[in-house]
Design a protein around this ligand. Structure first.
Ligand SMILES: [Fe+2]
Ligand SMILES: [Fe+2]
Length: 162
């Protein structure tokens, strides 16, 4: 196996991504059940992007000759019902991912001069920054428009049932 430090950090990244994937799908199910289609769709779309991050990290681990560790979530799913809290948790999760992957990008270079893995972490950081922005936009909309923001989504759902 080449670059053991890179493989270790890539597996840690997979555990972070798995937690985000599960957390966002959990929020997606709840929001869909509550009839908030827009928010539900955003969480689903970003969850799918986190799944693709798992795939990219796993491919890199296999390329380096390491073992892919799946099913080790980096924490507990937070069972929250309030949409504003969901967005806060998501923003926090994205900010943490940006911080961790930025740090790990530098570590894999310092340790193994592994610029391939560095590039991958940098690319994923850009995605996580975009995710943060998406969640933040909805968070600010919710703050600005309050219950109207949610009511409108619920009404859109009701119209679909006509
Ligand atoms: Fe991700
Ligand atoms: Fe993300």
């Amino acid at each position: 196996m080449r670059n053991p430090k890179s493989v270790e950090l890539l597996n840690k990244a997979i555990a972070e991504e798995e937690l985000a994937l599960h957390q966002y799908m959990y929020f997606h199910f709840l929001l869909d059940d509550m009839g908030y289609d827009l928010l539900a769709a955003i969480f689903k779309k970003i969850a799918i992007e986190e799944m693709k991050h798992i795939e990219a990290f796993a491919e890199r681990i296999l390329f380096l000759g390491g073992d892919v560790e799946l099913g080790k979530l980096a924490g507990q799913i937070q069972k929250v019902q309030d949409p504003q809290k969901m967005l806060e948790i998501a923003m926090q999760s994205e900010a943490e991912a940006v911080e961790l992957y930025s740090k790990w990008a530098m570590e894999v270079v310092a340790h193994d001069r592994d610029i391939g893995t560095e590039q991958l972490f940098k690319k994923v950081v850009m995605d996580e920054e975009r995710h943060f922005e998406t969640f933040e936009r909805e968070f600010l909309n919710l703050q600005k428009f309050g219950n109207q923001y949610l009511a409108q989504q619920a009404m859109e759902r009701s119209k679909k049932n006509l």
